[in-house]
Design a protein around this ligand. Structure first.
Ligand SMILES: [Zn+2]
Length: 469
């Protein structure tokens, strides 16, 4: 299952500070990055599992394995990765698509972990706050000079312009200070990233390959936009320093494990199939390509674009090659479920749940199939599975949406309202969440666990950036 889920916070609230810390390798401005259609976050067990496997050794080497740091996949096709809050690494799906080897994206994750381990975000915030104070003082002084100049009589005189220069001067100075500060952080993150890779027995070649590619791109993109960048050939120096450091590692020539490369290519095939236009998918994965990833991409594209029968045949072919791959059964179940065959979706989804060690997002899909059969005998099982799933996966509204339907079937309207309120809350729709939770409160006995949960939602303050209406 590849879910495109609305973030409870608006992506635009990842603020200018985030943009400043974002990898300098993203050549596109944030405004452009937001033009993409669709919800900002992608949820998919297979992709998330691969990213967890990529980050685990690095986080361990960085001493951050206990921090529960998550990798979040953003629904953006450009290349970007950044840290925003000290507990999450954001990665565009475009960064996965454009990384040809696991080692390339692992290098980016190592660099981002370098920012986390160095506490760069907090330091940059401090620096920004300082800069803002300096700027305010400078502007006050500038304004004073301007008034003085105007008082001098002729507002067109040279003196009047001193004020304007006094305003522009410090701003430019502060901007340059911040850029040089950020550059230093980038170099520190590079060094830390290489250190983590070497400590976990991995090559930094992929990191170097990725950054080298973007040095060229960013110089191209920057031409004619930022004279300061043009006059400072810093990126080339940074990449040269990175190359020297990376080559000094005993693991420089170490190749990715072929099994990991296959998993990487399967995830890229899945992202392409779900996110890209059908003709693009077939151009990337033409019928002449008989590899497993190409067959995976075409099977997904076939189900998405309407031919369920043909898609099921293709998925069964995949299952023959890898009979223990949970995501093939998940895909079979999803295709059947979305094709209106909920009852038939149950068996493959049970298998997917079992093979994935009870991955909660897949359990939610199974719960949806059980609820979707309209068979009362399945309702209690659906509730048990969904409750377990929402307990372990607290950010996906789907589990609560399906729970609400299951409770509705049982005419347990208190629990149904509560689950609907929780789903609305996770979608960021606070108004609906409060209304439903208020109604749920009238249906529970005061002080019971359900009443307390409903009361929490009624009392909850909107997250920063969330609509309070
Ligand atoms: Zn960076």
């Amino acid at each position: 299952m590849l879910l495109r889920i609305a973030l409870s916070k608006k992506p635009s609230k990842l603020t200018a500070i985030t943009a400043a810390v974002a990898l300098a390798i993203a050549p596109m401005p944030p405004a452009l990055a937001q033009q993409n259609k669709g919800p900002p976050i992608i949820r998919d067990t297979e992709a998330e599992q691969v990213l967890r496997d990529y980050t685990r050794p690095i986080l361990r080497a960085a001493g951050l394995e206990k921090q529960n740091i998550q990798v979040v996949i953003l629904n953006e096709s450009g290349f970007n990765a950044f840290v925003a809050d000290g507990r999450r690494i954001f990665v565009n799906h475009g960064a996965l698509m454009q990384s040809e080897t696991p080692n390339q994206i692992i290098g980016v994750l190592a660099h981002e972990t370098g920012h986390l381990a160095g506490g760069h975000l907090a330091k940059l915030r401090e620096q920004l706050a300082q800069a803002q104070t300096q700027m305010i003082i400078a502007m006050l002084l500038g304004a004073g000079a301007m008034v003085a100049g105007t008082r001098g009589g002729n507002s067109n005189s040279g003196l009047a312009n001193v004020g304007a220069a006094a305003v522009a001067g410090p701003q430019e100075m502060i901007r340059r200070t911040l850029i040089s500060y950020q550059r230093q952080q980038e170099e520190n993150a590079d060094r830390a990233g290489v250190k983590f890779l070497t400590a976990s027995g991995q090559s930094a070649k992929g990191m170097y390959e990725t950054f080298k590619r973007f040095t060229n791109d960013s110089l191209f993109a920057a031409r004619g936009t930022d004279p300061y960048l043009q006059s400072h050939p810093m990126p080339a120096q940074r990449v040269a320093a990175l190359e020297e450091l990376a080559r000094s590692s005993p693991y420089w020539d170490k190749k990715d494990d072929p099994a990991l490369q296959l998993r990487h290519d399967m995830v890229r095939a899945k992202i392409s199939a779900f996110m890209e236009r059908q003709d693009t998918v077939y151009r990337r994965y033409p019928l002449s390509n008989d590899s497993l990833p190409a067959r995976y991409a075409r099977a997904i594209a076939t189900y998405l674009h309407g031919d369920l029968r043909s898609a099921l045949g293709q998925i069964d072919g995949l299952i023959q090659v890898q009979p223990n791959n949970p995501y093939f059964y998940e895909l079979r179940g999803q295709a059947l479920l979305e094709g209106g065959k909920a009852a038939e979706a149950i068996a493959p989804l049970r298998k997917a749940v079992q093979l994935s060690n009870n991955a909660p997002l897949i359990e939610m899909l199974l719960g949806q199939a059980l609820v979707g059969t309209d068979n009362a005998a399945h309702t209690d099982e659906a509730i048990a599975i969904l409750r377990a799933a929402v307990g372990r996966e607290t950010e996906a509204p789907l589990g609560y949406t399906q729970l609400a339907m299951a409770y509705g079937r049982k005419k347990d309207f208190a629990q149904a309202d509560l689950a609907s309120a929780q789903a609305a809350f996770l979608r960021g729709d606070n108004k609906t969440a409060r209304e439903l939770a208020s109604r749920a409160k009238t249906r529970f006995a005061i002080g019971t666990p359900g009443w307390v949960k409903a009361d929490d939602i009624v009392a909850a303050k909107p997250l920063p950036g969330q609509n309070s209406n």
